[in-house]
Design a binder for this molecule. Structure first.
Ligand code: ADP
Ligand code: MG
Length: 603
């Protein structure tokens, strides 16, 4: 419910994910990066080149100080300045080229990964979506993928570039003056130790932050979708409180991230700075003693200063890499989920003998995958045979498992044991396309999409279906109101169809179920929101459709039940009785009780 603070966590997420190596995780990105590898490597090469060009600048300075400046030769100084300008220009140009090289391919990588995620989500079983909060999925498809693109654009290249730059720079410094070089190298070990320690902690906090973004997204999404309930019950305050709490938690986590980053940054910036200071003093003494040329000291110090940015940035480059590793992990947590297999076991020769046509349940048992192990199954020993062309009503108390039973036919859930056959063929032996072209469904909660009314209905048919089919389906579902909408069947449905009344949505969902003239029709109480007169009209029209369709219809009202040839009573997870409405009224007390009160309407 939207009003409870959504602490919904996806069950797969664990706190103990820090043992994994960031590198190994990030390597999983390779298949996506592979197509753009040439560009990426050339970009890295260009960046290394640019960085090394930057390192030549101190050498030119040295030449200027020891040469033209010492000799008071203005022409030489101008020439040096020109060299410096050209070098600076080349460096800028190369970095620009790098940006140009990576921008487009990386946007492509992000788009490809997002498309894969979306496709995968569509193929994951309903049971998966029951378990995972939608906000978690949403944040993986947006924030996490953005983090990945940023990682591929910056840290991946610059960890390499800066590494090379630092190594080359240090070698240059050691060549200038090895004793000063060693002074500069002094802080290397403490800095590295800090990095390693910090990386571990940061990984943990980064994961927490990203999961919390997912939780927050869930609350936002639920509040938007549930805005009517929230307003209707005046729960906006408690909803806002839930949001504030989550967002405060997230803020705390982000601050902890910032704190960790500040520590590493402090160490990484301060220690080298101290070393540079020490080298400056030592170098100045050496120059005064005449042991070192002024130019060498200038070159040495400007090299050291040129390395400041590459060293300083390592802290946040590592942080970004950690976040990217976490994002990769979260991305593949979803991608690693088993999708519905397109076809199950190879089609064995089905023993289609005698009376096996129609829709048949053979000793079906079902338990929700996430239900406790020792709980009784929702459905047990279900044996039911709906003959070809017959329509069977399914009646039972609330929570008796009617919706669950109907969901098994289009394989939204898989039976725990037993089998369901269509004309003798096990549904698990059909491809999903085949199954879904044979079976059409309409649920009590009619879900519509943000698309034209007509397109919503035609979702239930082959792509070739046109206006004629649409008109027929709308007529069966008594959905003539469509023609009175501003743009008729082209009218856009608002998000989730909330611009329509419940009864209107139900009729569109029913039209969607019948538009493809399915051989088998499964309707989960599709007329519940209709007034008695509309229901009667729908039923009259539906009777024609049902004449040559095998149908299973969940029903509450006797008027709907009377549509069907026979009735099955579901009770305690089992089929308690099967017969005509009048037989059951006479012989079954529970059935009579369920139908009581509305009985008069049936006569
Ligand atoms: N996704 C689910 N996960 C676990 N249990 C569920 C799920 N959906 C329904 N149930 C449980 O299964 C039982 C039957 O529910 P349902 O088939 O919706 O009943 P009906 O449609 O007859 O009212 C209920 O006890 C319900 O709590
Ligand atoms: Mg139900």
């Amino acid at each position: 419910m939207p009003t409870t603070p959504a602490t919904a966590k996806d069950p797969e997420q664990t706190e103990e994910t820090t043992d994994r190596s960031a590198v190994r995780t990030l390597l999983r990105l390779w298949p996506y990066v592979r197509p753009v590898r040439v560009r990426l490597f050339s970009a890295a090469f260009v960046a290394v080149l640019a960085s090394c060009v930057g390192l030549v600048i101190p050498l030119v300075l040295k030449w200027m100080v020891d040469g033209p400046v010492a000799d008071r030769d203005p022409a030489g100084v101008w020439l040096g300045a020109l060299y410096l300008l050209l070098l600076g220009f080349a460096e800028a140009l190369l970095f620009g080229l790098r940006r140009w090289l990576v921008a487009r391919p990386l946007a492509g990588v992000e788009a490809a990964m997002r498309a894969d995620l979306y496709r995968h989500l569509q193929r994951l079983p309903v049971a998966f979506h029951d378990r995972w909060a939608s906000g978690q999925l949403l944040s993986r498809g947006t924030t996490d993928l953005m983090l990945l693109r940023m990682f591929l654009a910056f840290p991946l290249t610059f960890l390499l570039v800066n590494g090379v730059t630092i190594v080359v720079g240090v070698i240059i410094m050691l060549l200038q003056d090895w004793s000063l070089g060693l002074v500069i190298l002094g802080p290397a070990i403490p800095v590295m130790v800090t990095c390693v320690v910090f990386e571990k902690r940061y990984a943990k906090v980064a994961r927490r932050a990203q999961d919390q973004v997912g939780d927050l997204t869930t609350v936002v999404e639920e509040s938007v979708l549930g805005i009517r309930i929230i307003k209707g019950f005046g729960r906006h305050r408690s909803q806002a409180r839930a949001f504030r709490e989550l967002s405060r938690t997230l803020r705390g986590t982000e601050l902890r991230k910032a704190g960790l980053l500040a520590t590493i940054w402090g160490v990484i910036v301060t220690l080298p700075e101290v070393a540079i200071g020490a080298a400056l003093v030592l170098g100045a003494v050496q120059v005064a003693d005449g042991e070192l040329s002024a130019g060498t000291l200038v070159a040495f110090l400007s090299t050291a200063l040129a390395l400041r940015w590459p060293v300083d940035s390592i802290g946040f480059l590592l942080a970004m890499s950690q976040e990217a590793a976490t994002a990769t992990e979260r991305y593949f947590e979803v991608m690693d989920q088993e999708p519905e297999e397109p076809t199950a076991a190879p089609a064995t020769a089905t023993t289609a003998v005698g009376d096996s046509s129609g829709l048949q349940f053979h000793d079906v048992r079902f338990r929700y995958p996430d239900a406790p192990k020792d709980s009784p199954p929702v459905l047990d020993h279900i044996d039911l045979h709906i003959r070809p062309g017959e329509s069977m009503a399914l009646v039972g108390a609330t929570g008796s498992g009617k919706t669950t039973l109907t969901a098994l036919v289009p394989r939204l859930h898989e039976v725990t044991s037993g089998r369901i056959t269509l004309d003798g063929e096990d549904i698990t032996h059909m491809s999903r396309e085949e199954l879904r072209s044979k079976v059409a469904v309409a649920f009590e909660e009619p879900t519509l999409f943000s698309a034209a009314v007509g397109d919503n209905v035609l979702m239930g048919a082959e792509d070739t279906a046109g206006t004629a089919e649409l008109r027929r389906a709308l007529a069966v579902a008594q959905a003539d109101f469509v023609y009175a909408l501003p743009q008729g069947t082209d009218t856009q449905v608002g998000e989730q169809g909330h611009s329509l009344s419940g009864g209107q949505r139900q009729r569109l969902a029913l039209a969607r179920a019948v538009v493809g003239r399915p051989r088998f029709l499964v309707l989960d109480d599709p007329l519940s929101a209709l007034d008695v007169h509309t229901e009667a009209a729908v039923e009259a029209a539906l009777r024609d459709v049902l004449a040559d369709t095998t149908a299973l219809i969940v029903a509450h009202r006797p008027s709907t039940v009377l549509l069907a040839d026979r009735v099955a009573l579901l009770s305690g997870g089992r089929i308690a009785a099967v017969g005509t409405h009048h037989e059951l009224l006479r012989t079954n007390a529970e059935y009579a009780h369920l139908m009581a009160g509305t009985e008069e309407a049936a006569r």
